[in-house]
Design a protein around this ligand. Structure first.
Ligand code: SF4
Length: 180
């Protein structure tokens, strides 16, 4: 059984910037966020198992999240040279996803069914199997919070987490849903 205090002991060993535990009922879902996804604003729509439409309808995503007891949101912040520093943004994302793997391992050692949501689709494989064959690494395929219709921008201030950590810094978010 997952005890928050035990999990937190493990989390303090990782390079997380901020984290917060909360109830899944506090997740802010927004049709606009999912519409942006479906408008292919990041170019990943309909291209991986981690993005809509593969993740299911917003209603099914809400239902899935609300079936868990608890949630946790965490961030990393990485410095980049400027807002055009694409290599820096990519490095920040790779580092964030590597940390998300570590956080997932902590939670899944307590709850093997913990759901992990992360950033902008999945980049685990060079070429995704979608839609022709099942996902190669379902344990490392973390659906995007945006694909679930989650409004992280509004949730962060409500949970006292910084959405923006200053100029020339990129902040990434991941979320964990788990049962105690
Ligand atoms: S793990 Fe590989 S096959 Fe699965 S969604 Fe990610 S890129 Fe696609």
């Amino acid at each position: 059984m997952a005890k928050q205090s035990e999990i937190e002991k493990e989390l303090t060993k990782l390079p997380i910037l901020e984290y917060v535990f909360f109830k899944p009922e506090e997740i802010i879902f927004s049709k606009e966020v999912r519409d942006l996804c479906q408008g292919n604003s990041c170019g990943m729509y309909n291209s991986t198992w981690a993005c809509p439409p593969a993740v299911g309808s917003v209603e099914s995503c809400i239902e899935k999240c609300q079936a868990y007891d608890k949630a946790m949101l965490f961030t990393t912040a990485t410095e980049v040279a400027n807002s055009f520093d694409m290599k820096g943004w990519l490095r920040a994302r790779v580092e964030h996803e590597a940390l998300t793997d570590q956080v997932a391992a902590v939670f899944r050692s307590y709850d093997e069914n913990a759901l992990i949501l992360s950033t902008e689709g999945c980049t685990v494989c060079k070429k995704c199997t979608y839609p022709d064959a099942p996902c190669r690494f379902p344990d490392r395929m973390y659906p995007a919070t945006e694909g679930y219709g989650i409004m992280v921008m509004q949730m962060a201030p409500a949970l006292n987490i910084s959405y923006n950590n200053g100029a020339n810094t990129v902040t990434y978010f991941s979320m964990v849903l788990f049962n105690e």
